[in-house]
Design a protein around this ligand. Structure first.
Ligand SMILES: NC(=O)c1ccc[n+]([C@@H]2O[C@H](COP(=O)([O-])OP(=O)(O)OC[C@H]3O[C@@H](n4cnc5c(N)ncnc54)[C@H](O)[C@@H]3O)[C@@H](O)[C@H]2O)c1
Length: 268
């Protein structure tokens, strides 16, 4: 029996990276999976791949920036597989060029990121929850980010949208827990999805490697397995939480290594 046997999962942004990993892992463990993505072809290709591996999946179009499209994705899931019991609100956008510090960020970009990163979580949950209640319960999993738990010199809109996702997670968990609906988040640090791997300069990778407690980078499956756990009944007493999956990068006081250097020098 698979870890999520019999569950019906919709994964937004499921055609690549973290969403694809979560989709493949949940399908391997017995869930019926709907991969919903702006890139419809890649969503359908991913579903084909899952079917070739013996799983059950369909790929559909979704624009997470549009209310009607989100409603359609939920309805298509229910029409195709009879219900929805797992919703992975995974779509999230960032923009290094327009989403800057508070004085200089582009306000249209602020609105776009709040819409796609935050409002999509609200709407996906709003449309899925009545079906989950009918089904006797469910699990909502939101992809947040460590950028929603820390401050930074730039990407203010991204960070604020992800911080709001962390707290919306608590509100959903508070409001629907008695209906057996759990809501949790996962906050990735730097994850080397194929897209990130191709675009990330070595110098940036080296900085992350230096500050990770662990001697390696995060991969999509590190988040995918966390989503699988939160989707499964193994996590049945966990709700309202956002699990940090970040290699210990943000765990220690960053001044410690400089302080140790200072101590070593002053003692020599
Ligand atoms: N990769 C990281 O280092 C990292 C770190 C922290 C948080 N995250 C978060 O993880 C989530 C997934 O990131 P990823 O790195 O796997 O991204 P990715 O770029 O590999 O995949 C994102 C997917 O979302 C789809 N998509 C984009 N806009 C969409 C829209 N409007 N509607 C529907 N689908 C859309 C894309 O087509 C793509 O398939 C995001 O919420 C991101 O903010 C990622």
């Amino acid at each position: 029996m698979g870890r999520v046997q019999g569950k019906v999962a919709l994964v937004t942004g499921g055609a690549s990276g973290i969403g694809l990993s979560a989709s493949v892992l949940m399908a391997k463990e017995g869930a019926k999976v709907v991969i919903a993505d702006l890139n419809e072809k890649e969503a359908k290709d991913a579903a084909e791949m899952i079917k070739n591996q013996g799983g059950e999946a369909i790929g559909i179009f979704l624009d997470a920036g549009k209310e009607e499209s989100i409603r359609n994705a939920i309805e298509t899931t229910v029409e195709s597989f009879g219900t929805i019991t797992v919703l992975v609100n995974n779509v999230g956008l960032t923009n290094l060029h327009k989403d800057l510090d508070v004085v200089n960020l582009d306000l249209d970009e602020w609105d776009r990121l709040m819409n796609v990163n935050l409002k999509s979580v609200l709407l996906g949950s709003r449309f899925a929850i009545p079906h989950m209640i009918k089904a006797g319960g469910g699990s909502i999993i939101n992809t947040a980010s460590m950028a929603g738990l820390t401050g930074d010199s730039t990407r203010s809109a991204y960070g604020a949208s992800k911080a709001a996702v962390v707290n919306l997670t608590r509100y959903i968990a508070s409001q629907y827990g008695k209906d057996h609906i759990r809501c949790n988040g996962v906050a990735p640090g730097l994850i080397l999805t194929p897209a990130a791997q191709n675009n990330m300069p070595q110098a940036v990778l080296d900085i992350f490697a230096k500050f990770n407690a662990l001697p390696y980078h995060g991969e999509a499956d590190d988040i995918g397995y966390t989503v699988l756990f939160l989707a499964s009944d193994e996590s049945k007493f966990i709700t309202g939480q956002t699990i940090q999956v970040e290699g210990g990068h943000y765990m220690a006081n960053p001044s410690i290594s400089d302080f140790n250097d200072y101590l070593a020098k002053s003692q020599s």
